[in-house]
Design a protein around this ligand. Sequence first.
Ligand code: DAT
Ligand code: MG
Length: 140
Amino acid sequence: MALERTFSIIKPDATRRNLTGAVNALIEKAGLRIVAQKRIQLTRAQAETFYGVHKERPFFGELVDFMISEPIVVQVLEGENAVAKYREVMGATNPANAAEGTIRKEFALSVGENSAHGSDSLENAQIEIAQFFSGNEIVG
Ligand code: DAT
Ligand code: MG
């Protein structure tokens, strides 16, 4: 087992419904430590860069519009196998397929408005963390 850091976003559908604390409770219950956190408003350019891998997908425009529709909370989560563990805590992309007790099962409204983002690999976690946090903002 390895101590890892992953990048998380509490998405606009969740911040809008005042669910930041409820999401954080599930994160902490799973043994992940929130070692950096801030509430920000994404610019369109930031959202397009962040989701650049999906730019050819039919839902890209809708995804970017959604991500800039309200403030988000960006976080760095630390723990044993944090990348895979947080994917488990989030649940499947489509909440209809998400397991009981996961963030997306509990809170997501749809496949698009699905409450949470979590990095899908350690490499992407490092890239995504660096997009939003400087080293001295992360206190482990
Ligand atoms: P994940 O967020 O589980 O890593 P992903 O990387 O495949 O999922 O997609 C990124 C986001 O894009 C996802 O959280 C919500 C949106 N999305 C994915 N598939 C979609 C679809 N079929 N319709 C609408 N939005 C979708
Ligand atoms: Mg993804």
